[in-house]
Design a protein around this ligand. Structure first.
Ligand SMILES: CC(C)(COP(=O)(O)OP(=O)(O)OC[C@H]1O[C@@H](n2cnc3c(N)ncnc32)[C@H](O)[C@@H]1OP(=O)(O)O)[C@@H](O)C(=O)NCCC(=O)NCCS
Length: 184
């Protein structure tokens, strides 16, 4: 399969059976820009948190599914946060090493943005890839995020890094998807 092939990507809400998706993304290679692999305890906490935050409505995490591939190829989602005093969503994503370079993150994140526009009520979504995370920065740029600048961040907590702050205009996407004409 290569990038030019037309593949259909689906987002499936996070479930109790999705721990293996977290495990596949917890390798040294996959966590190069994320402070390294998490302990089994931290990973289990993450699994519990994804389910709890879905229940409370504070997060929408999904697995990315591709027709013809039995395993989930990765994950994508968004959660509520505050950024420069604005109530926004933050997004994160991951595509397992064997499935990278085929446009799955791009299609998965596009579907995630549509979900946040249709089901969410916040007007912007932000993402903070480390400045040297080439693939994630390319992903934001190609999907229409605007680069707001370089910011100091901690990920994981206690580990200072510099990130690109990317902002996506969810209100604009929402209006476009509802066919609203914003030219007053
Ligand atoms: C980031 C990640 C999800 C990308 O997944 P992917 O399915 O390979 O991405 P895609 O094939 O959809 O490509 C997305 C874009 O990145 C570009 N890209 C891919 N790998 C790249 C690299 N190493 N350097 C620069 N650009 C790269 C692609 O060309 C594409 O850009 P385009 O749309 O302008 O053509 C994957 O590399 C990953 O999971 N990395 C580890 C986890 C991680 O860093 N998560 C993000 C934390 S912010």
């Amino acid at each position: 399969m290569n990038r030019s092939e037309k593949v259909s990507v689906r987002l499936v809400p996070w479930s109790a059976a999705d721990m293996p998706v977290l495990e596949r993304s917890n390798t040294p290679e996959m966590t190069l820009y994320l402070g390294g692999p998490e302990s089994p305890e931290k990973l289990a906490e993450r699994q519990t948190r994804f389910l709890r935050l879905w229940e409370s409505g504070e997060a929408r995490m999904f697995t990315i599914r591709v027709d013809g591939i039995p395993d989930a190829v990765g994950s994508v989602g968004y959660w509520t946060t505050t950024w420069h005093d604005a109530h926004v969503y933050e997004s994160g994503w991951s595509v397992a090493t064997p499935y990278q370079g085929r446009g799955f993150a791009s299609k998965g994140l596009a579907a995630c943005l549509n979900h946040a526009a249709d089901d969410g009520n916040r007007d912007a979504l932000v993402a903070f890839p480390r400045i040297d995370n080439g693939a994630s920065n390319a992903l934001c740029r190609s999907l229409g995020f605007e680069l707001a600048g370089v910011e100091d961040f901690e990920y994981p907590p206690g580990n200072p890094i510099q990130v690109h702050a990317w902002r996506f205009d969810l209100a604009g996407l929402r209006a476009a998807r509802r066919g609203v004409n914003h030219r007053f």
